[in-house]
Ligand binder design. Structure first.
Ligand code: HEM
Length: 394
């Protein structure tokens, strides 16, 4: 059963949650013969176990099943196991605490407001190119990387092209992304330090020696890959849900103090980073299945987050659920380094979208919507209509 399960199939992106529900019910740890063979874990407990047991399930041998990535340098600390992993993560973590990201709130609000102003009078747009895609890129380039914001769209396109498994030119896209990062890092090195995360990476010591160039590039690359597509995908999914369930934006418009809880519930239901892989370092068992040393295991955050054994009525949006231990940001040592930043961005964006775009609807004939598949499931288009409103900025 599920021997032909292809996590890269563009068709799967459309039916993902139904397929995962069937797998949880019929075969919670499945084996596929494709892509050289790999296991698929879909239950909350198994996913959490693999994510936390880094000694048995390593990230050092890549976090996708073979055939999907041709990165020029590995992303760091994503591809490093503890204890070395901690040396890298400690460099970036202080820049993404709740307090550190709160400093960026006013500027983030301005970016959101400016983007919405550009289309709010029209009463229709495709939310992906108009808002969901540019917003995290602009905010990240301007406020975190101190990179030219007008280059964010180009870098965003490269990272999308690089991580699209069916793209025949993905190796060229990885190379172009690498070249852009090399140039950006050189340019930042030539400037006086300003004490931000890029300066911290440039000045870091690993094992008591200065950080190498390939490590610097691997770390900046991961910040870019982590910071852009994911938040964009989340916003696209959230807007689709607002169109299907207009009672959610209506409630949030009346009770904006519930936006934080709503973002958590939306991430549980529609987190864009759907899966990740590990490699077994020893013969072991997972959900009663024999996993052998060297085998790949794909764990589905998206399935864990809708596991009926962990969440009551898991497919329902419920703002009042007693506990929401979702793992949309992962778990274990590799848990998302940017979750506080992502949350801050998503809360501001959701609050403003529901306030300024009443009566959100998908345009006639928009469905079925296409998705970018694989590990990060992002809508490619979300054409919507809404009741037009006035610009608020200058
Ligand atoms: C809604 C938005 C986001 C989602 C759903 C998300 C999800 C995730 C997940 C599931 C992981 C774990 C990967 C693993 O276990 O191997 C992860 C790791 C990571 N994320 Fe995010 N992420 C988001 C936004 C961001 C942002 C804005 C940043 C920017 C700083 C970021 C940076 C990272 C980094 C650096 C890692 C690797 C951490 C490590 O290996 O220790 N992410 N993310």
């Amino acid at each position: 059963m599920f021997a032909d399960f292809d996590y890269l199939s563009p068709d799967l992106a459309g039916t993902l949650h139904d397929t995962l529900a069937t797998m949880r019910a019929q075969c919670p740890v499945a084996h596929s013969q494709l892509h050289g063979g790999y296991w698929i874990a879909t239950r909350y407990d198994d996913v959490l176990h693999v994510a936390q047991d880094w000694r048995t399930f390593s990230s050092e041998h890549g976090v996708s099943v073979p055939g999907t990535t041709t990165m020029v340098v590995p992303a760091i600390p994503e591809h490093v196991d503890p204890p070395k992993h901690g040396e890298y993560k400690r460099i970036i973590s202080p820049f993404f605490t709740p307090q550190a990201v709160a400093r960026h709130e006013p500027a983030t609000r301005q970016i959101v407001s400016r983007l919405i102003d550009a289309f709010v009078e029209r009463g229709e747009c495709d939310i992906m190119p108009a808002f969901a895609r540019p917003f995290p890129g602009l905010a990240f380039f301007e406020l975190v990387l101190d990179a030219p914001p007008d280059e964010a769209a180009h870098v965003n396109e490269l990272s999308m092209a690089a991580s699209t498994p069916t793209n025949p030119d993905k190796a060229a896209a990885w190379r172009a992304l690498f070249d852009w990062i090399v140039e950006f890092v050189d340019e930042r090195r030539a400037r006086a330090p300003k004490g931000d995360v890029v300066d911290a990476i440039l000045a870091a010591e690993i094992d008591g020696r200065p950080i190498r160039d390939d490590e610097v590039i691997g770390m900046v690359q991961l910040l870019i890959l982590g910071g852009l597509d994911t938040t964009a995908g989340a916003l696209g999914h959230f807007v689709i849900r607002f169109c299907h369930q207009p009672e959610i934006p209506a409630l949030l418009r009346e009770r904006p103090e519930r936006v934080n809880d709503a973002v958590e519930e939306l991430l549980r239901l529609d987190g864009p980073f759907v899966a990740i892989a590990r490699t077994a370092m020893a013969d072991t068992q997972l959900g009663g299945c024999p996993v052998q040393r060297g085998e790949k295991v794909l764990i589905y955050w998206a399935s864990a987050n809708r596991d009926e054994a962990e969440f009551d009525h898991p497919d329902r949006f419920d703002l009042d659920r007693a506990s929401n231990r979702h793992i949309a940001f992962g778990a274990g040592p590799h848990r998302c380094a940017g979750s506080n930043l992502a949350r801050m961005n998503l809360r501001i964006a959701v609050a403003e979208l529901v306030r300024r775009l009443p009566d959100l609807r998908l345009q006639d004939g928009a469905e079925p919507l296409p998705f970018h598949s694989a590990l990060n499931r992002t809508p490619l288009r979300v054409p919507v209509t809404f009741t037009p409103g006035p610009k608020e900025g200058p």
